[in-house]
Write a protein that binds this ligand. Structure first.
Ligand code: CTP
Ligand code: MG
Length: 171
C-alpha cells in the first residue's frame, strides 16, 4: 500500500541527494514552514554553500525547529538528511513535542542529481562523489525508515503537490 499521508501538524523530513529536487518539493509549503539548511548557512555566514558554517547553521535550525514544534506548527526540514544520526535527532525532537513524523523520500536518479549540479553557482555545486554517496545512503536507508521511527514514509513522486505549484506557471 502506498502511503501519501502528511498530517498537519507533522514534521516532514525530506530525504534526497543534492539536486534531487527537495527544495522544489519544499516550495509546496509556505515559506515560513520550511527550514532549509542552506538558508541557515547563509543566515550565519552570508554564504549558502559555506560548509564550515554547518555546525552553527544546524544549531540555529534546531532552535527554530524546537520553537515551531512546541507550537505544533507544520514544519519541513529541507536538507539531504541522508545520515541516520541526523534523522534520529529530528525524530527525537518531534517526539519530545508529540508531533508525528513523515519521511518524504525524493528518489530522483543519481545521474539526474549529478547533471543538475552543472548549472549551479560554484559555491552551491556539490562534487559528483558526494552526490553519489548521498544517493546511495538514501537508497540504503529507505527500507529501514519505518523502523527508525517515522510514522509515515511517503515517496515524493506519489504526491500531486507539484502540480499545484506548477499550474500558475503554465497558465
Ligand atoms: N527540478 C526539476 N524538476 C523537478 C524538481 C527539480 O527540473 N521535479 C530542478 C530544479 O528546478 C532545480 C534542480 O532541479 O534547478 C534541483 O532542484 P532543487 O529542488 O534545488 O534540489 P535540492 O534537492 O533542493 O538540491 P540541494 O540539496 O542541493 O539543495
Ligand atoms: Mg535544496
Amino acid at each position: 500500500p502506498v502511503d501519501t499521508t502528511i498530517p498537519d501538524p507533522s514534521l516532514v523530513v525530506l530525504i534526497g541527494a543534492a539536486g534531487s529536487g527537495k527544495s522544489t518539493w519544499a516550495r509546496t509549503w509556505a515559506a515560513t514552514q520550511v527550514l532549509e539548511l542552506d538558508r541557515f548557512r547563509a543566515l550565519v555566514s552570508d554564504d549558502a554553500g559555506c560548509q564550515e558554517a554547518t555546525e552553527d547553521a544546524v544549531f540555529a535550525l534546531q532552535a527554530v525547529l524546537e520553537a515551531r514544534l512546541a507550537r505544533r506548527k507544520m514544519t519541513v526540514v529541507d536538507a539531504t538528511n541522508c545520515e541516520q544520526a541526523v534523522r534520529a535527532s529530528l525524530i527525537s525532537t518531534a517526539r519530545h513535542h508529540g508531533v508525528p513524523t513523515v519521511a518524504l523520500v525524493v528518489p530522483t536518479p543519481a545521474s539526474v542529481c549529478v547533471e543538475r549540479q552543472k548549472g549551479r553557482p560554484a559555491n552551491r555545486r556539490v562534487p559528483e562523489r558526494a552526490v553519489l554517496a548521498q544517493h546511495a545512503a538514501m537508497v540504503a536507508a529507505w527500507p529501514g525508515l519505518p523502523a527508525e521511527g517515522f510514522d509515515h514514509v511517503v515517496i515524493a513522486e506519489n504526491l500531486h503537490r507539484l502540480q499545484a505549484l506548477l499550474r500558475p506557471l503554465s497558465d
